[in-house]
Design a protein around this ligand. Structure first.
Ligand code: FAD
Length: 383
C-alpha cells in the first residue's frame, strides 16, 4: 500500500502522470517548478498537446489545435509515448499497452474525458464526436469534401454543441446546420445568455430543434425518437462526455460514470499515493463540471498535494473558484456568463465582439499560463 514518504530522499521520488492534457501537463509544470529534483514521467498517447477547447475550430479548419509536447511539457519531465492499460495500486505500478511497466511513488491520474457514442445507434460508424482529436480531425476532412448544400446536424445542446454549431454555421454558410438538443439549448445558463445564444445561432443560419432525442444515425439521415427523420450528410456528436475506463478496470474506486473518486485533497483515500485531476476525477460529495477551467487548477492542486506529502505535511482541500463560462459563437461573437465560485450562473452576461475577444484571450491564456512550462502557474484553487 502507500509508503510513508517522510524523510525519503526526494531525489529518488518518481511521479508518474497519466495524460498530458490541461491537468496532467499543468501538474508536471507545478511539480518541477517547485521541486526540480523530482523525477517526473508523463505518459500520453501522442507527442502533441491537444487544445481540446479548440477542437471545433480544428474541425471547420480555421485553427490548428495541437502543439508539440516538447514545448508544452516542462523540460525536466520525461515523456513516454504510450497508453496506460492498467494501474496496479498495491504494487504502485502502471502497465502500458506496449508491455512496459513503470513504478511510481506518486501517481497523477489525469486521463481526461471521451465522447459517448454508444447511446445512439449508428453513431460509432457514421458520426463524428467533436470531443476527441482524432475524430475532430476526421470531421475536418469530411467537411472539406462535403458538397455545398449538404445538411449538417450537431447533436447536443450544451456548451460544446453550441460552439460547434455556431462555428459550422459561420464557416460553412452554404450548408444548412441543425442543432438538436434533448432539452433547451444552453439550459444551465441564464435566460439572458440563452436568448443571446439563440439569436446569434439563428443569425448564422443554424436551425434549433429542442426537446428531441436522436435514436439512429446513418450516412444521409438521422432519426428522432418522435419518428421525425432529418437529412444529415454530416452528423457531429457533442453530447455528454464519458471517461476512460482505466480507473474502473484497474479496480480503483470510481463514481457511476467511471471517474476516479478522490477526497477534497484530490487523493484516492484507499491509495493516497494516487491523486486525480481534471475531467476523469470526481471529488466525493461534489464532482465539478468537466472543463479546462477546472482541469488546470486541479492539476496544480494535485501537484501541491504530492509536494506537501513529500514535505511531511497534510495536503490541503481544494477550493473551487469558477468565474464564468466563456462561449464562442463563431469568430466574431460570443457570450460570457459570469458564475459564482461554485459554478452557478449569476446575472452578468457579456456578448458580441467583446465576448469573442475575451474568449480568444482565455483560450490563449490556457496554454500560455496554464501549460507553458516557462511560466509559473497563474492561479490555483489551493488556499
Ligand atoms: C470542442 C470543445 C470545446 C471546449 N471548450 C471549453 C471551454 O471553452 N472552456 C472549458 O473550461 N472547457 C472546455 N472544454 C472542455 C475541456 O476541453 C476539457 O474539460 C479539458 O480538456 C479537460 O482537461 P483534462 O486535462 O482533464 O483532459 P484532456 O485535456 O482530455 O487530457 C487528457 C489526456 O490524457 C490522455 N490519455 C487518456 N487515456 C490515457 C491512457 N490510458 N494513457 C495515457 N494517456 C491517456 C489523452 O489522450 C489526453 O492527452 C471543451 C471541450 C471541447 C471538446
Amino acid at each position: 500500500m502507500y509508503r510513508e514518504l517522510r524523510g525519503v530522499d526526494v531525489v529518488s521520488t518518481h511521479v508518474v502522470i497519466i495524460g498530458a492534457g490541461y491537468a496532467g501537463a499543468g501538474a508536471a509544470k507545478r511539480l518541477l517548478f517547485k521541486n526540480p529534483n523530482l523525477q517526473v514521467t508523463v505518459v500520453n498517447p501522442r507527442t502533441e498537446f491537444v487544445e481540446r477547447i479548440r477542437l471545433h475550430q480544428l474541425a471547420v479548419g480555421n485553427r490548428e489545435a495541437t502543439l508539440p509536447l516538447a514545448d508544452a511539457l516542462h523540460p525536466k519531465a520525461q515523456l513516454v509515448v504510450g497508453t496506460v492499460t492498467a494501474i496496479d495500486a498495491p504494487e504502485q505500478e502502471v502497465r502500458l499497452a506496449n508491455g512496459r511497466t513503470l513504478r511510481y511513488d506518486h501517481l497523477v491520474y489525469a486521463v481526461g474525458s471521451t465522447s459517448r457514442v454508444d447511446h445512439i445507434a449508428g453513431a460509432r460508424e457514421h458520426a463524428f464526436p467533436i470531443a476527441e482529436y482524432e475524430s475532430a480531425s476526421a470531421l475536418r476532412t469530411h467537411l472539406a469534401a462535403l458538397p455545398a448544400g449538404a445538411p449538417i446536424v450537431v447533436v447536443g445542446g450544451g456548451l460544446t454543441g453550441i460552439e460547434t454549431a455556431a462555428e459550422l454555421g459561420e464557416q460553412q454558410p452554404g450548408s444548412p446546420v441543425t442543432l438538436i438538443s434533448s432539452g433547451p439549448v444552453g439550459d444551465d445558463l441564464t435566460e439572458k445568455a440563452r436568448t443571446r445564444i439563440r439569436r446569434v445561432l439563428t443569425s448564422h443560419g443554424v436551425d434549433i430543434v429542442e426537446g428531441a432525442t436522436v435514436t439512429r444515425i446513418d450516412t444521409t439521415k438521422i432519426e428522432l425518437a418522435d419518428g421525425r427523420v432529418l437529412g444529415a450528410e454530416c452528423a457531429v456528436i457533442a453530447t455528454a462526455s464519458g471517461v476512460p475506463a482505466l480507473a474502473r478496470d484497474s479496480g480503483l474506486p470510481t463514481d457511476a460514470h467511471g471517474r476516479l473518486l478522490v477526497d477534497a485533497t484530490l487523493e484516492c483515500p484507499e491509495y493516497p499515493g494516487i491523486v486525480g485531476a481534471g475531467d476523469a476525477t470526481a471529488i466525493a460529495g461534489g464532482a465539478l463540471r468537466m472543463s479546462c477551467q477546472a482541469a488546470t487548477p486541479l492539476g496544480a492542486h494535485a501537484a501541491d498535494t504530492i509536494l506537501r506529502r513529500l514535505d511531511g505535511k497534510a495536503p490541503k482541500p481544494v477550493r473551487p473558484r469558477f468565474v464564468g463560462r466563456a462561449i464562442s459563437l463563431g469568430r466574431r461573437d460570443g457570450v460570457i456568463q459570469r458564475t459564482d465560485f461554485l459554478d452557478s450562473p449569476v446575472g452578468t452576461v457579456v456578448g458580441g465582439r467583446v465576448a469573442a475577444m475575451l474568449k480568444e484571450q482565455i483560450c490563449v491564456a490556457t496554454v500560455s499560463w496554464g501549460v507553458n512550462p516557462r511560466r509559473p502557474v497563474l492561479f490555483t484553487w489551493t488556499r
